[in-house]
Design a protein around this ligand. Structure first.
Ligand SMILES: [Zn+2]
Length: 83
């Protein structure tokens, strides 16, 4: 994953992630703040995520995008703060 994606994910994790319920999050789009995506721990509904499987189909790779990564960072921070 590019450093740029990680940077985006970090800023989204701080102020663009809402936990809807167990394993369901709403993550703001970093390019269009009026948009948001529903994300679980391993799926996202954004174009980047869908395209990943189009381009890397069958290679055993797991798709990733800044929203998924944002949720991972968000969960890490949440667990730290409640521990
Ligand atoms: Zn995404």
């Amino acid at each position: 994953m590019s450093a740029n994606t990680i940077k985006k994910a970090e800023s989204l994790a701080k102020n663009g992630v809402v936990r809807v319920e167990e394993d369901l999050y709403q993550v703001k789009s970093s390019s269009d703040t009026t948009k948001s995506y529903f994300v679980t721990s391993d799926t996202c509904e954004c174009e980047g995520f869908k395209n990943f499987y189009k381009f890397h189909h069958g290679r055993g790779l797991k798709a990733n995008c800044s929203h998924l990564e944002a949720v991972r960072i968000f969960e890490k921070m949440r667990k730290k703060s409640t521990a």
